[in-house]
Write a protein that binds this ligand. Structure first.
Ligand code: MG
Ligand code: ZN
Length: 244
């Protein structure tokens, strides 16, 4: 494992949204509110539906004529992690680009970030189209066949196409849709299902509860031996980039 001083390599940060930047899974909450969550989510968990199939089927159960404004009204009561804005500032001060990657929908992510004054963060996610009289439809601009992940929006792909070859990558996430990106990251912050996956796959990672912990751990690391490139992640990035 090679060691780099801060500043020696450009650092890129990728954060999941649902359950990470937002404390709750907003996508699930929206399906619970407007669609047939119990049946469809059980089918997703049983592996009967891919994420893309799950989203398509879920949105088809939403009321006809549902508008973006209805979703905005519903999500207004949900909170972002209380320390996320501070983390964005932490990254900005160091000129570390931060990208939001989600297998949910930019339709609730962008408004929620904007409400926190963070509307300039780049977001890669799925997209819902509200079509007037019919139920909304799901679109997957970041789908990827080459990655083995089951996701509708492949986070690994965003990662490998957004960074230079010598980057150090920090990934923060909580779920199964984060696994393919986390495997390609040098520094992994994981909780819940992603932490369980990292433990099973022996992927070195930092557990975290909130972005307070992420900031504290990074400050400690930077004050000590600095961020380290993870050789396996770098190899995987090169391989993935070549196969795309
Ligand atoms: Mg998540
Ligand atoms: Zn993937």
């Amino acid at each position: 494992m090679s060691v780099r001083e801060e500043g020696a390599a450009p650092v890129y940060v990728f954060c999941d949204f649902d359950g990470t930047i937002a404390r709750d899974d907003i996508g699930d909450a929206i399906v619970r509110r407007f669609g047939d969550f119990d049946r469809l989510h059980a089918e997703l968990m049983d592996g009967k539906l891919s994420v893309a199939q799950y989203w398509r089927a879920s949105l088809a159960t939403f009321p006809a004529g549902l508008r973006q404004g209805d979703v905005d009204d519903f999500t207004r009561d949900f909170q972002l992690d209380a320390y996320f804005a501070r983390f964005v500032e932490f990254c900005r001060r160091r000129r570390w680009p931060l990208t939001v990657v989600s297998d949910g929908f930019e339709n609730y992510i962008r408004p929620m970030l904007a409400a926190a004054g963070l509307d300039d963060l780049p977001v890669f996610a799925n997209r819902a189209l509200f079509t007037g009289d019919a139920a909304p439809t799901a679109h997957f601009p970041n789908a990827d066949e080459a990655c083995g992940c089951f996701c509708a929006s492949c986070k690994r792909n965003v990662l490998i196409t957004q960074i230079p070859d010598d980057a150090i990558v920090i990934y923060v996430g909580d779920g199964l849709s984060d696994t393919c990106a986390a495997e390609h990251a040098d520094v992994i912050f994981a909780r819940d299902r992603l932490a369980a996956y990292c433990n099973r796959e022996r992927l070195p990672h930092f557990p975290f509860n909130s972005f307070f912990d992420v900031i504290a751990l990074l400050e400690t690391t930077l004050a000590g031996r600095g961020l380290q490139l993870r050789h396996q992640a770098q190899l995987k990035r090169r391989r993935a980039f070549i196969s795309e």
